[in-house]
Design a protein around this ligand. Structure first.
Ligand code: UT7
Length: 325
């Protein structure tokens, strides 16, 4: 059976230049390098420069992905930008990226599913490429969480960082078997009963302010492993693969302990896990495409590899996707 698949043509990423170490944070709040490393695996994170906004980060990552794909911006007719930290309430930061790239056709919009944003954006772009008449999509995750952090709250300020990553997807006629390249299956979920476990205490319609991130970390942790492994198992069942078939596990980089617990529960060896949390911290929707690009650039992820991505975050939202590179 002939079908259309969304095949990854290239990836790109961008990190702001300023590195903030755990020791620097220990000078600001009551914490220590030891505590942060033991509880999260994080050693440092990047923070955007004054005046550097989410769409700037996204634009760098998008340009990198286009270069890797060997495509001019005009080849793109869909931009889905996953972010919870847009430049402005509106318009979508995606249209700023679109304009900066000189693209005047197609559609560009933001997607808000917090840390699960990239999986939601990938799933949405995949659907639109397969059924919506679009040819090529830029799927971007970009965040400046440093702008919504309460820098006096040691429970959150040590965790998050800024960054962006992107992939170019191309609608490609395929055989319809799971040997095809491209996005093979995605699953996305939300359950708003948990919306107060991880939220921002402001917004245009409530306080008229931007607000700060608030998190019951232990509660989020408690749900994360079950939700993530559940979504991964659904995607495996959808495609008929088993965990042993996965070449690379590229999880949302929230906490090394969550990543390792998920991998253990799924029976995935440490050699298959792509970790960036140590150097990036939790960059929310940007973490998966940042990790993908690192593993592509250093030669780990190669054409034909089966790559499982997953995420869980505020909402709660969660999901997974299986891609043959
Ligand atoms: O990406 C979106 C999803 N987000 C996540 O997945 C985050 C999930 N949660 C986590 O990663 C972890 O829950 C945290 C890293 C946020 C916290 O680790 P934890 O092991 O769950 O610690 P805890 O919240 O249970 O706190 C343990 C202790 C507390 O002190 P007491 O009450 O035992 O005296 C905290 O006050 O650690 C204290 N604590 C800290 N101590 C030093 C909390 N933050 C810090 C800190 N430095 N930065």
């Amino acid at each position: 059976m002939s079908v259309v698949r969304s095949v990854v043509r290239g990836s790109g990423s961008y990190l702001p230049s300023r590195i903030v170490t755990n020791d620097e944070l220990a000078g600001m709040v009551d914490t220590s390098d030891d505590w942060i490393v033991q509880r999260t695996g994080i050693r440092e994170r990047r923070i955007a420069a004054t005046g550097e906004v989410t769409s700037d980060l996204a634009l760098h990552a998008a340009r990198g992905a286009l270069k890797a794909a060997g495509l001019e911006p005009q080849a793109i007719d869909l931009i889905v930008l996953a972010t919870a930290t847009p430049d402005n309430t509106f318009p979508a930061s995606a249209v700023t990226v679109q304009a900066s790239l000189g693209i005047t056709k197609g559609a560009a919009f933001d997607m808000q599913a917090v840390c699960s944003g990239f999986v939601f954006a990938l799933s949405t772009a995949d659907s639109l490429l397969r059924t919506g008449g679009f040819a090529r999509a830029l799927v971007i995750g970009a965040e400046t969480f440093s702008r919504i952090i309460d820098w006096k709250d040691r429970g959150t300020c040590v965790i998050f960082g800024d960054g962006a990553g992107a992939v170019v997807l191309e609608a490609t006629p395929s055989s319809g078997t799971h040997q095809d390249r491209g996005v093979l299956a995605t699953r996305i979920h939300s359950d708003g009963r948990y919306k107060e476990k991880l939220y921002v205490d402001g917004g245009p319609s409530s306080t008229g302010t931007v607000g700060c991130l608030r998190m019951e970390g232990r509660e989020v942790f408690r749900h994360a492993v079950q939700m993530i492994t559940g979504a991964v198992e659904e995607v495996l069942a959808d495609t008929g693969f088993t965990a042993a078939d996965i070449d690379w596990f590229v999880p949302h980089q929230a906490n090394k302990r969550i990543i390792d617990a998920c991998a253990h529960k799924l029976g995935l060896g440490p050699e298959k896990i792509v970790h960036t949390v140590e150097r990036h911290g939790n960059t929310s929707a940007a973490s998966i495409p940042l990790a993908i690009d690192e593993a592509v650039l250093d030669g780990r992820i190669k054409p034909g590899d089966l790559v499982m991505v997953e995420a869980m975050g505020g909402g709660f939202t969660w999901g997974a996707a299986l891609i043959r590179w």
